[in-house]
Design a protein around this ligand. Structure first.
Ligand code: ATR
Length: 267
């Protein structure tokens, strides 16, 4: 990678940043495409985020930011404009900086997750899906799952009211009644997706009892470090098909690059 005075910088805001894998997918892609840009991890605590954000507005080399745990909701509030699903969900995982220091936020976790599933041969249309979590990543994925016309979507979250609010919002937005809040129990769901942050830390408990999941179900993660989480290991031992968290990134890397840097050849 040839970094020079014209290199456009993208910072990856996270806390902690030690688990980040996006740079290892993103940087080779933009290098291969001959784009003069680089993605750099920045570990920023939630309390310092507003101050850092104000400083980023002034950085003229900055193309934008990619955002992950725990900043996606806060960043949506800090953006000057939100587009598409980000506006509906008030959650943003990427923001482009304009020349005059404004930020335009979008949300690609949902489209990226669905593309990642598709790339691995998994279609979601007509499936019965249990989604664990109602935070930033989960809301984006939930939005895309309903858009994709799953048969049923159950959302289970530690704070149940957040799952109920999200279910109601999605049913209203799409004019449907297929989304509901429920318990973290596999039951007759044929797809289970962990979109909580449980599993990031080595001593975390499992986000769901693996024995409650059908042995022919597909179980997906959003957590990408470790590559195979304790949950994926446990359900694989039961015979389930597993879908690693890294596919959420591989599915959306190109989408993020095009949004932040413009179409190929424009930077
Ligand atoms: P992200 O933007 O990556 O989704 P987030 O918005 O902070 O991160 O959301 C984290 C999700 O993990 C939430 O659904 C959270 O549940 P709450 O809404 O109840 O906070 C869930 N989560 C985090 N820690 C958890 C824990 N120890 N047990 C169960 N769920 C947890």
């Amino acid at each position: 990678m040839n970094i020079d005075g014209r290199t456009r910088v993208i910072v990856h805001l996270a806390y902690p940043s030690t688990h980040l894998r996006t740079p290892s997918f993103f940087n080779p892609l933009i290098e291969q495409q001959g784009r003069n840009a680089v993605l750099v991890p920045w570990q920023v605590s939630p309390e310092n985020l507003p101050k850092v954000w104000d400083a980023l507005r002034l950085c003229e080399s900055l193309a934008g930011v990619i955002v992950t745990i725990p900043h996606k909701t806060d960043v949506a509030g800090l953006c000057d404009e939100l587009e598409g699903a980000a506006r509906f969900l008030q959650v943003s995982n990427v923001a482009r900086r304009t020349e005059d220091g404004r930020f335009i936020g979008r949300m690609y976790d949902g489209p990226g997750y669905l593309q990642g599933l598709r790339n691995e041969g998994h279609e979601m249309r007509g499936r019965r899906v249990l989604l664990l979590g109602a935070g930033g990543a989960a809301t984006g994925i939930a939005h895309s799952l309903v858009e994709e016309k799953v048969e049923r979507l159950t959302i289970a979250n530690r704070t149940r009211s957040k799952a109920e609010d999200l279910a109601a919002k999605l049913n209203t937005e799409f004019g449907t009644d297929i989304v509901s809040a429920g318990e973290a129990v596999g039951g007759d769901h044929d797809v289970v997706i962990n979109a909580t942050s449980v599993g990031l830390k080595a001593d975390d408990p499992l986000p769901i009892d693996p024995d409650s999941i059908q042995s022919d179900a597909l179980v997906g993660e959003v957590i990408m470090q470790p590559d195979v989480t304790a949950l994926l290991e446990a359900v694989r031992a039961r015979g389930c098909t597993i879908h690693k968290g890294k596919h959420m990134i591989t599915g959306q890397t190109q989408l993020l690059a095009d949004f932040l840097l413009g179409p190929l050849g424009a930077d």
